[in-house]
Design a protein around this ligand. Sequence first.
Ligand SMILES: *Cc1c(COP(=O)(O)O)cnc(C)c1O
Length: 348
Amino acid sequence: MTERIDLRSDTVTQPTNAMRAAMAAAPVGDDQYGEDPSTNRLQARCAELLGKEAAVWLPTGTMANQVALRTLTRPGDEVIASRESHAAWHEVGGAAANAGVQIHEIGERGRFSADELRAAVKPRNFPIFPTTTLVEVENTHNRAGGVVVPQADVLQICAAARELGLATFLDGARLWNASAASGRAVGELAAPFDLVAVAFSKGLGAPGGSLLAGSKALIAAATRHRQRLGGAMRQNGIFAAAALHALDLHVARLPDDHANARAFAEALAASAPVQLDLATVQTNIVVFHLPAALAIDAPTLSTSARARGILVNAFGPRTVRAVTHLDVTREQCERAAAVLAEILAKEG
Ligand SMILES: *Cc1c(COP(=O)(O)O)cnc(C)c1O
């Protein structure tokens, strides 16, 4: 049987034996009553790490985004976010269905400036415009290839938001990666925002879970919206223990994933006629495009690669995403690049 190298996402990781042992040993209680000691520990630890008063566990990053939008807006409002943000592209229209808001995507390649934000905000008190109430930043930016949003941009965006009377939300599902790549603590990256989401199920390798951090008042409101969406869990300490274990052991190894993504990207860019901007390879995600001159499209490349044990995501008709994580080695990443290059040489 051919070896399987799964680069579809950093969500495909298996919990390590040590993580499973930590989960098995976790003290638990009913988290809907606030009585799960492991969840309480995780929430307190993350609130402190992120420099916020309080934090609340959520089963998924998608629900964290849905709850954040619902907490910081009212139905009919408009949210400004980066182009191709997760909340606009990967949540089945949840922003509209659950929070009742529309998302206005601005900027490019995961970034936008404070001036672009100012230009996008609809004037208040006009009889025809939606009220712009929230700006969201995604860091790292998934569809833009895991790029880190420069903190100077973030500071200007959030300062402009305060001037304009907008709330601020950071979708930091991969904030740990942004921190590892930039050398800035997650607390510094989170500081300018009202609410911050982080995930444990991506690069940290836990089997599930996200969390929102912010002021006590916002987290109390978010906790009610979590309940409304059916996201309050019971003996959640089993999950929280995995997240605590990941904070202890898996944050420090993220630079390995970043180096492996770079090795994969450099090997692929050197050996195949793909459009791959190496400047975007800043963390553990590699997004590349198949130029129109190639006969093969992304779904076909993904299917051919799968037959040879290499799993990558067709992210669009001619866009492919590969993500490194704790279950793939440097050698496997290099092998994956070589196999993709062979397929492109044959079928491209
Ligand atoms: C994966 C992801 C989410 C959603 O997390 P899930 O746990 O998969 O629901 C939200 N935002 C970003 C930027 C992501 O990459």
